[in-house]
Design a protein around this ligand. Structure first.
Ligand code: GLN
Length: 447
């Protein structure tokens, strides 16, 4: 813990943490030393973990990197924090993220952008950018993020880490600050597949506090044995054909296709006719859900209250105007628009139908193939400033991650080497619902 605290201090310019729980983590480590010697410590004893700042931890501040939660302290712990603590994890701090997890570069944080450790002028990815950089820069052993449309996988890819988004409902959302509830999933960001498997084992499983959790208990994986036998893998041919995919990203995908083929796996191109609808469908539905979820921040119940308010209406108006950042406001407006009486059928209801088609098509491909393989992102970490300049360009970067989110299937981003500028690239695998075990075993093959 002392070593990690030193590295956190030395790398403050990365802006990965919103708060470090230094003394508390040291005290916990001392207490654990004795228990480890006595042989009575849990599965995560010795693991120093950072959590994204949208995960509630009793008695600790939580902000979702927003001014509107200024001064707010959690009065209970999320189920995942309780489960990790019960297995003796040490939580070292809360990580910077995009405000309310809305973003793909960690530039939308009230606390400023997180810097990529490989190149400090580039973004970390987002929204779990602080968590990913904390792992990349060796500021903790592993970190926890949340993935609504790619926020665990894409920053993991930009930072050369493993990022797992489990099946929707695999991990409880109780105590996770909601963004878009039908998509939100917690996931680990780690250096190895084995650590991702271990954290999934600890966090997964039904929870009385979240009725959307999968009711069958998750069978702990134990040791991850690399997959044996040959597999059938589909790759999206559009990923290789699109002008939007960076040349070195295409080369990385091609190299993996060739390698798998040479080793006897079946690797075939498939078409996905809904590719162009993925991003619009995701943004209509995610913003609709966000506009509803964020209605609770009214300047009365939580966090920031405008000192300039004079009555109840101005308390709402001013607290929200001053408390929410630009991107969050944009999404609340977009969400309320697509849900409003005159537009509901044209946008929200239509997007629900398209989501169903995307789910069906994805399931159809996965009934024929073991895995779908795509890049995690169309390009590596870009320079700081893009998200601010053009939000739509930024949304389009989510093209390869939102398919798994819309379909609810598990997906993982694996480190796939660096490009010619030394920037990490990520390879993504998607598989059938509930098949995390097979996904993790096959992932071992790539590392
Ligand atoms: N970039 C996507 C968005 O802004 C995904 C974010 C996330 O997964 N939390 O909605």
């Amino acid at each position: 813990v002392a070593g990690y605290l030193r590295r956190i201090e030395e790398n403050k310019h990365l802006n990965a943490f919103n708060e470090v729980f230094g003394d508390e983590a040291l005290a916990k480590a001392k207490e654990l030393d004795a228990r480890i010697k006595a042989g009575s410590a849990g599965k995560l004893a010795g693991m120093v973990i950072a959590i994204k700042d949208n995960i509630c931890y009793k008695g600790h501040k939580v902000s979702a990197s927003s001014k509107i939660l200024d001064g707010f302290t959690s009065i209970f712990s999320s189920t995942i924090v309780e489960r990790m603590l019960a297995e003796d994890a040490i939580i070292i701090g809360r990580c910077n993220c995009d405000e309310f997890a809305m973003g793909g570069a960690n530039e939308n944080s009230y606390f400023g952008p997180v810097r990529n450790y490989a190149d400090n002028n580039r973004v970390s990815g987002g929204s779990s950018g602080g968590s990913a950089v904390a792992v990349q820069a060796g500021l903790c052993h592993a970190a926890i993020g949340t993935d609504t449309g790619g926020s665990v996988r894409q920053p993991a890819a930009f930072c050369g880490a493993v990022g797992l988004k489990p099946t929707y409902g695999r991990i409880s959302r109780h105590g996770i600050i909601a963004y878009a509830s039908s998509f939100d999933q917690v996931g680990p960001i780690t250096k190895s597949v084995a650590d991702a498997a271990l954290l999934l084992d600890v966090m997964a499983g039904p929870d009385d506090y979240d009725s959307t959790t999968i009711q069958t208990p998750y069978t702990a994986q134990g040791e991850v044995k690399p997959a044996s036998g040959t597999k059938k893998i589909a790759y999206l041919k559009e990923a290789l054909e699109s002008d939007g995919t960076d040349a070195e990203v295409k080369a990385m995908l091609t190299a993996n296709i060739e390698k798998l083929k040479a080793e006897g796996h079946t690797v075939e191109p498939v078409g996905f006719e809904y590719l162009d609808y993925l991003v619009p469908t995701y943004y209509v539905l995610a913003t609709a859900e966000a506009s509803s979820n964020l209605a609770r921040y009214d300047g009365v119940h939580y966090g920031y209250r405008s000192p300039n308010a004079t009555d109840l209406t101005s308390t709402y108006k001013r607290s929200r105007s001053e408390g929410f950042g630009k991107e969050v406001k944009r999404r609340i407006m977009l969400g309320t628009f697509v849900l409003s009486a005159g537009y509901y059928d044209a946008y929200y209801a239509k997007a629900q139908k398209v989501r169903r088609l995307i789910q069906q098509k994805t399931a159809e491909i996965l009934s024929e193939y073991d895995f779908i393989m795509v890049p995690t992102a169309p390009e590596p970490a870009f320079e700081i400033g893009l998200e601010e300049k053009d939000p739509v360009v930024s949304y389009l970067h989510d093209i390869f991650t939102v398919q798994a989110s819309l379909s609810g299937v598990p997906a993982i981003s694996l480190p796939a080497g660096n490009n010619s500028k030394g920037l990490p690239l990520g390879l993504q695998l998607l598989t059938k619902q509930y098949a995390e075990k097979e996904l993790l075993e096959f992932s071992e093959y790539f590392l």
